[in-house]
Design a protein around this ligand. Sequence first.
Ligand code: FAD
Length: 434
Amino acid sequence: IEEKFDAIVIGAGMAGNAAALTMAKRGLKVLQLERGEYPGSKNVQGAILYADMLEKIVPDFREEAPLERHIVEQRFWMMNDSSHVGLQYRSDDFNEEKPNRYTIVRAQFDKWFSKEVQKAGAVVLCETTVIELVQDPQGKVLGVRTDRKGGEVHADVVVLAEGVNGLLGSRAGLRERPAPENVALAVKEMHFLPRETIEARFNLNGDEGVVIEAAGTISKGMTGVGFIYTNKESISIGLGCLVSDLKKSGQTPYGLLEAFKRHPSVVPLLEGSEVKEYAAHLIPEGGYNAIPQLYGDGWVVVGDAAQLNNAVHREGSNLAMTSGRIAGEAIFQIKSRKDPFTAENLKLYKKMLDDSFVIKDLKKYKDMPALLHTSSKNFFLTYPELIAKAMQTYVRVDGVPKIDKEKATVKSFKSARSLAGLVGDAFRFARAWR
Ligand code: FAD
């Protein structure tokens, strides 16, 4: 490729598409490179799509985007091996004209998103892997080298939207690779069932959907969560744990997912289904303290590559889209002023991101990843067991006086964690949450 572009975007996931579309819509000459056979072919997500963040990029996306179900009910399960204690929120308010959250299938969704990018005028090349960044001796990024013949191409600025591994950025010395305690390895399966079966099992009308987030003994004391999301004719089920925990425990994510599927609360939901897809992927979970340098001379980094993922609320794609959009807007502003793409000028991206919900939310939970990591056994094993047993004691009618039941429950908590341990955990959790 001979010509020079205003911007090169590496990756056609949520962040890359948001950045490329934002810049192309404003008339910038954009090249987007994707190693997959088509956009989405390499991407894995649960997947919940957050409408607000996409609406800011494609206002009328509901007309054509491939959406599965709009979510009207959220369930949280705290599990032990035989039961779950649940919190459930369902509201007809979510049956609104413009629903707030949808389930999607990334392979279809990313293809549609990429078509929007192409319609806006960006050049999108798939089956093109960026091998390295082209830098001058001072480290300024001038462009990229691809695996295509003669595949060096230059631009004023390069947007790294290469996803969680961030290999290109780390190879170029712009950042470290994510540490094993800051990434989760998640596995996911798609279980196909007739539409009416899903709607009957989950109590749904039409395109309504349910999502379940699950934690507890399913992660065997490691920091990890499971999920079950309803699509039109399939159910996505998955589970992820921190890589450092998996390494230490010797457990495999596939083994954990098998056990999750065999849980008595899950079996009836999946019964009779046919598994057609299986995928594994990393998720950045280090939060605020794991965010690397976000900009430099001739480059910015967005989405998972920048570790922008809110593990507490299970949000990633919306942070990816928002960081991509903001990077695109910042680049457009710099270009309009005819300023050079120095680190000093690209700091604007960081400033705009700091002002957005992305950094504000991650900052709020900055101590949560470390707390969950260091106390994973308590939060993911001991407490779920204690809470499940307490519920069993509370609801079972067996002639034991209620006062004795209460005493037994309090005693079980104290003997498992001691009073100081309980108060300490509550205090540390509240402090990390605030
Ligand atoms: P990606 O979507 O990973 O895209 C990166 C792209 O870059 C890929 O297309 C890749 O092929 C390409 N690429 C990489 N290297 C190169 C290279 N050298 N050259 C060319 N192309 C390259 N988030 C939510 O909001 N809701 C959910 O329900 C949810 N569930 C999830 C469930 C699972 C199991 C997982 C793994 C993640 C989930 N997430 C969820 C997180 C969400 O998927 C990510 O935050 C989001 O995909 C990040 O987008 P991205 O564009 O930064 O990265």
